[in-house]
Ligand binder design. Structure first.
Ligand code: ZN
Ligand code: MN
Length: 146
């Protein structure tokens, strides 16, 4: 969406980030995708237009976007982070077959935060909730095999 891009460009300008064609392309890609890409996926998407773009450039830009609150990093134990430019509250369903991550909306589960605070004494500031299952595409593939 154009307004998301304008907001993002504004935000970067405000904190003094210089816009480059590469930076603009990565940002636009992230704002227009719902696949929660990994660094490799971002790299592959940039390759046709920017064959000389390095992985390091992508990491540097991601860090910049994260610091500017334009992108969220979803970290996983194996170091294969995924990136999400949808900054509104939402949750994720993850396919255990293909790794696809899909958004779904639900009111923020504040009960979990209250309960966690009560039981652990932590000052809770956020939470992350993921559900796991098999996506429609993989379900179909599985059904076709049987
Ligand atoms: Zn799947
Ligand atoms: Mn998401």
């Amino acid at each position: 969406m154009a307004s998301d891009l304008e907001h993002a460009l504004d935000q970067l300008k405000k904190i003094g980030v210089r816009m480059t064609p590469q930076r603009h392309a990565i940002l636009t890609y992230l704002l227009n995708t719902r696949v929660h890409p990994s660094v490799d996926e971002i790299y592959k998407s940039m390759e046709p237009k920017f064959p000389s773009m390095s992985i390091a450039t992508i990491y540097n830009n991601l860090k910049l976007f994260i610091d500017a609150d334009l992108v969220r990093e979803l970290t996983y134990g194996d170091g294969a982070s995924r990136y999400d430019a949808v900054m509104s509250d939402h949750y994720h369903a993850i396919c255990t077959e293909c790794g696809k991550i899909s958004d779904f909306e639900m009111p923020p589960q504040l009960d979990a935060e209250h309960k966690a605070h009560k039981e652990t004494g932590y000052q809770i500031h956020s939470h992350r909730l993921e559900v796991y299952g098999v996506c429609p595409h993989c379900s179909e593939m599985k059904a076709a095999k049987h």
